[in-house]
Design a protein around this ligand. Structure first.
Ligand code: GDP
Length: 196
C-alpha cells in the first residue's frame, strides 16, 4: 500500500513550522506509553517513530510524507510523569493551535492502552473531536496483553461508553503491534480518510 513509502518530512515545534496546509493528513495522538510509536511503525511498515522513552524527543509535531498530497502526523505524547509542567503546557498550547487551525486534518487516530482506557488526555481529545466534528478512531493497543474474551469484552464496553458520551463519529478497534492484530482494519480507516 501507499503507507509503505512513508518517509520523515519535518519536525515542527510550532504551528507556523508545519508543512503547507494542503492535501490531507491524519494525526496520531496518545498518552505517553500507549503504543503510538509502535502503531505508527506497524501501520506504515517503517521505523518512523522512535520508540524512545526520552520525553524531550516527543515534544514536536513530526510529519511523515505518504505522497505529494498525504501525510501522517505524530502528535506529542502526553502524561509522561517526568515531563515538567511548563513543557506540558507548551505541548498543550501547540497541540490546541494545531488541532484548531489545520484545514488538511482529515481525522485523528487515538491510541489507548486497552488496560488503561479513557485517561484524562483521551477524554480531552474526544471532547475536542466531537466539538469540532472531527472523525476519531481509537486503537485499543496492547490487546495481546488480555485473553481474547477479555479483549472482546473490553472492546464492547469501551465502544458503548464512547458512543454514548461522544457520539457516532468515534470508532474503536482492537490492536496489537507484535501480533499485528487489527492492522488491516486500521489501514482501511486511514485509506478512507486519506481518499485512497
Ligand atoms: P508511545 O510512548 O505511545 O509511543 O509507546 P510505544 O510504542 O513506545 O510503546 C510503549 C511500550 O509498550 C513499549 O515497551 C512497547 O514495546 C510496548 N507496546 C506497544 N504496543 C504494544 C502492543 O500492541 N503489545 C504489547 N505487548 N506491547 C506493546
Amino acid at each position: 500500500g501507499l503507507c509503505q513509502q512513508a518517509t520523515f518530512m519535518i519536525s515542527a515545534a510550532k504551528v507556523d513550522q508545519c508543512p503547507a496546509d494542503e492535501g490531507l493528513e491524519v494525526a496520531f495522538a496518545g498518552r505517553s506509553n500507549a503504543g503510538k510509536s509502535s502503531a505508527l511503525n506497524t501501520l506504515t511498515h517503517a521505523n518512523l517513530a522512535r520508540t524512545s522513552k526520552t520525553p524531550g524527543r516527543t515534544q514536536l509535531l513530526n510529519f511523515f510524507r505518504l505522497d505529494d498530497e498525504r501525510r501522517l502526523v505524530d502528535l506529542p505524547g502526553y502524561g509522561y510523569a517526568k515531563v515538567p509542567i511548563p513543557l506540558k503546557q507548551h505541548w498543550q498550547r501547540h497541540l490546541e493551535a494545531y488541532l484548531g487551525s489545520r484545514e488538511s486534518l482529515a481525522g485523528v487516530f487515538l491510541m489507548m492502552d486497552i488496560r488503561h482506557p479513557l485517561t484524562e488526555f483521551d477524554r480531552m481529545m474526544l471532547d475536542w473531536s466531537s466539538a469540532s466534528q472531527m472523525p476519531l478512531h481509537i486503537l485499543l493497543t496492547k490487546s495481546d496483553k488480555l485473553a481474547f474474551g477479555a479483549a472482546k469484552t473490553a472492546l464492547l464496553t469501551i465502544q458503548h461508553d464512547v458512543r454514548k458520551q461522544w457520539g457516532d463519529a468515534v470508532s474503536v478497534q482492537l490492536f496489537s503491534a507484535p501480533k499485528r492484530q487489527g492492522v488491516e482494519q486500521a489501514q482501511q480507516v486511514l485509506a478512507d480518510w486519506l481518499g485512497l
